[in-house]
Each structure stands twice: as C-alpha cells, then as structure tokens.
Ligand binder design. Sequence first.
Ligand SMILES: Cc1ncc(C[n+]2csc(CCOP(=O)(O)OP(=O)(O)O)c2C)c(N)n1
Ligand SMILES: [Mg+2]
Length: 585
Amino acid sequence: MAQAKVVRARPGVRSGGRVLADALVAQGIDHVFAVPGESYLDVLEGLYLVRDRLKLVTCRFEAGAVNMAEAYGKLNGRPAVAFVTRGPGACHGSIGVHVAQQDSTPMLLFVGQIPFEETDRESFQEVDYRRMFQPLAKWVTQIDDAKRIPEIIAHAVDVATSGRPGPVVIAISEEMQKHLVDVVDIGPAAVSPPHPDPSALAKIQAMLSKAQKPLAIVGGSRWTESGRAAIRDFLVAHDIPTTAGFRRQALYDGTLSNFVGDLGVGSDPALVAKVKEADLILAIGTRLGEPVTQGYTLFEAAGGVPIVHVYPEAAEIGRVYRPALGIVSDLNVFAHAAAKLSAPKRVSWSAWTKELRALRLAGAAVPNYEGTLNLAQCMHDLSRLMEDDAIMTCDAGNFATWPPRFMNFKDGQRFIGPTNGAMGYGVPAAIGAKIAHPDKQVICFVGDGGFLMTGQEIATAFHHGVAPIILVFNNQMYGTIRMYQERTYPFHVSGTALTNPDFSKFIEAFGGHGEVVSDTAEFAPAFRRAVESGKPALIELRMNPDQITSRTTISAMRAAAKPKPAAKPAARPAARTAKKPAKKR
Ligand SMILES: Cc1ncc(C[n+]2csc(CCOP(=O)(O)OP(=O)(O)O)c2C)c(N)n1
Ligand SMILES: [Mg+2]
C-alpha cells in the first residue's frame, strides 16, 4: 500500500502503471470503467497520463463498473476494460464476469493485487484470483513482471475476442506497477478469421432443398452491422422464418415478414410448439443452451431434427445437440458467404413462414388487461415514440418479457440484456451504453427489485453528463420468484414482497427528471417529457401487481391451484412437492 513514486521516466523507460495504460491504448481500448483502489494507484496515474486517448469512467459500485464494461463489449464487439481493487472490489465485480462469460462478451477485468512478496500470508484483502475466477472467466492471469505487460495484454485481447468471446481477468501485483521498464507497446494482431468451407455452404443449400419447414435461430455476439445485414439478406431471400436467441432479439429486424419471435425465457408457447414441428434448424451464432432450447426440451441430443450449427468455436458445436452439419466460422464471414448463395425463385415453405409470422403478430397485439395501466399498449407507444437507432438495455425479471413480446425492434435499434439473468445489469448497462454512444437515445427496462440493486449507479450518469431514460416496472415484489412460488407453493408468499421508495423522488434527488405512470394514457406524454428534459430520467410504471406476466395473473394461478390450502392447510400433496421444481431465473 506504499504511495506511488512520481516517475520521471527517460524516453522509453516507463513505470509498469504507465506501460499498462499505454498497452490498453495500443490495443485500441478507449473506455475504462473503474472503482478506484490503493492497489492500482500507479495505473490510475498511467490512465491520467493517457486521458486524452482513454476515457476513465468513475463508477459507484464495482458490479456497476464491470456491467458497464460488459455492455460496451456487447454493443461494440470490442472489449472495454473494468478496473477494481483487490478482495472486496473483485468480489463485487465478479457478477459482470459471469455475465460476460455466459453472454460470450469480450471484456477485460483488471484487479489490483497485493504486493508480490506478501503472497500466501492472507495479507490484507489477499485473494488468489486464478482460483477465484477460474470457473467464471475465459482466462485468468496475473502480471508480476512489468516487462511482460504489453505481451499479456495483447494476448488477453486476443483471447477475449477470438472463438467464443469472453472475459479475461488480469490481476496486477502492486509493486510491479512501480517498476521502471523499457519495453515496446504491442498493437492488435491482424488475424484472418475462420471462414466456412465452401462445401459446407453447398450442403446447407442441399439441406434446404429437402426441407419443408426450416427455421433459423440467430444469436451470439460480435455481429457487425454488415454481418447482420448479410444474414438478413440470406434469410429474407430464402424466406426462412427467423427467431432470435434469448435477449438477442435486436440482431434481427423485427419488422420483416420472416421474423417470428424470440426463443428464451417467456417465449410465446405457440411459437415453441411450432419450433418442434420444424424439419431443419439453422442455428446461426447462437449457443443451443438452456434458455434457447426451453430447458433442453426443444431438440433431441442424439439426433432428431437436423441442425446446422454455425459457431465461431468448435467446442460449442455438438456440446449438447449433435448437429447434422457443424460449421466453425466467424459469424460475419459466414453471413457474407451465405448471402451469396443463390436463392430459389419460389420456396416451398412460404405458407409456413406466413403462419409463424401471423402467430408473432397475433402474440404482439394488445390484449385487454385488468387495471388502469396496460403495459402492452405502453410498449406499442414506446415503439412509436423512440428513436429508430435507440439502444435498449434490460435487467432480469418478469417485466423483461413485455418488451420482446410487444415490440418489433427496428433494424437500427439495439436491445441488450444479461442472458445469464443477472439482476442489477440494466441500469449500469444503460449508463455504459450512453457513455459509449452519447449521441444515441438509451432506454433501460428494469424491475423494482433490480433497480434497487444498482440504481444508485445513476450517479455515474450525472457525473459523466449522460442522460439515459429508465423505465422501472414496479409491482412491489420480486415478481419472477413470486410466480414460481405461486406455481409450486400457491398462496404462500415467502421472501418475495418488497417495500419501495418513491422512485421519481429518488432520481429527482440526483437532479434528474422523474415521472409516475399509473394509467395507460399517461405513458406517452410522460415519455415525451422525459426525453425533452434532457436529464437522466426515470419513469415509474405502477403495475397491477396481480398481472404477474403478460400472459397470466396471480389470481388465475391461484384459481387453477388445487387443492386450495383451506381444504388441506398443512400437508402438501405428494405429487406436487415431488414434481421437478421449476427453473428459477
Ligand atoms: C443477482 C440476482 N439475484 C437474484 C436473482 C433471482 N431472481 C430472478 S428474477 C428475480 C426478481 C426480479 O424482481 P424485479 O426486478 O422486481 O422484476 P419482476 O420479476 O418483479 O418483474 C429474482 C430475485 C437473479 N436472477 N439475479
Ligand atoms: Mg418487481
């Protein structure tokens, strides 16, 4: 914890802290999200010296900082960097590493480390990060020799961005940051990405020629705009009904006549039933993981429907489902190759595509709901009012199923959320997105539970002069868990009720713009006022708490629950308790 010496470096000779800052610049990294610690004072000094090229965003909570870096990586395909201090800082920040891992997002997390000579004494805040982050990160390392900083950071960026992208954690021992070294910076490598074998594309064509009911699932990370346009051209030209993986919905233009919905938590059961009828699955960039496959129920592991799985890393292909054809390829390269395939003048499955699109549109129509606030109508209004290139960020919870169901995202819009279901993601992600893209409108969807996990991070938005708009879906409960609770233990409310502050006053206390909406007609003017305020804004949506999802109510769940507890108060029917418990997210 010694103070950093002021470094008067000869040209070429720099402190480890300065070398590290220069190494980030050399790799094209332009944003660092951080909560400071005395464990990396020399890097803070290095960041000060490169402040004209690298923006340092000071955050209020490490979970916020790391989620901001994750959101940046998700939006831009290039890693941002988070810095946290040792021990407690690393523990707080670990959630963002888990998000980046499960969401396949490139990210670098640096953790200040204790002085090397104190290792294994359980020194103040000492943690072995290789062991701590091993199951959470794609790679974990520690820099103890300042001469190796450029090499290790260059490799970390390569690891984070290649194959299946993911987070890299780098501990930096304290005294190493002070050492004076004479090393050369290392820039990004020019690597030719994996290309699909031309014979594999011919096989796709042959498989399509035999299909009656093909279906595409688009997902994954590091799509470029031109890659997305190319895959869209291919799928439109072949009129293939296209779904998006969990929280990847904005990868595909929802206004197109072949977009048929998302496969994840809260998907339309009618779509899920149709996917089971498909006779060819084109899984393009998505992992065939638990949310997409509806808890591993959509396909058969050993065969069944033929699956073409296109993924940038071989290890993910066939991980659960044996594909009929696996293609290891960079997704954007694959998309451009697929777009060049000649499409038949007429395809035999157009009626199938129309049928699925009709289901999608029927599912997105505004139902009548009990109560004064119809959230489906609010989502339609939002679609109409928001910018065509807006960025939406999403937290985790039941509220998160309203936007994907009722909004068809436009081509230029982005929608990002944690596929690992991490609450507390939405607000930091919105701030990270707005700092990285200050010219874009940024809208956050978050529940009352998730908002009070990281909502204080809004201070970072004020500090850095950016103004996201936050929609808080307030049902006064941890609604998702209450839903599972009502399904498994009806009538017993245990640990899921919440007491909330006045959310609009919360943001007003920071100097922001607050709105409360409890009637459908109030939403559009409230949103307009929020935009016009130019300030960080929060719109509290006072929901009917009974409307537990867009498809059911607590009352309906209770009415369906048999037998009623009044009839059998204590003993729980064996069949119900023995049932496999529903997955909790
Ligand atoms: C960090 C974290 N903690 C706990 C959970 C478990 N969990 C999933 S959804 C949920 C409730 C979310 O409540 P809220 O944000 O109010 O949204 P709602 O479901 O009520 O719409 C909880 C506790 C989680 N997914 N992530
Ligand atoms: Mg809630």
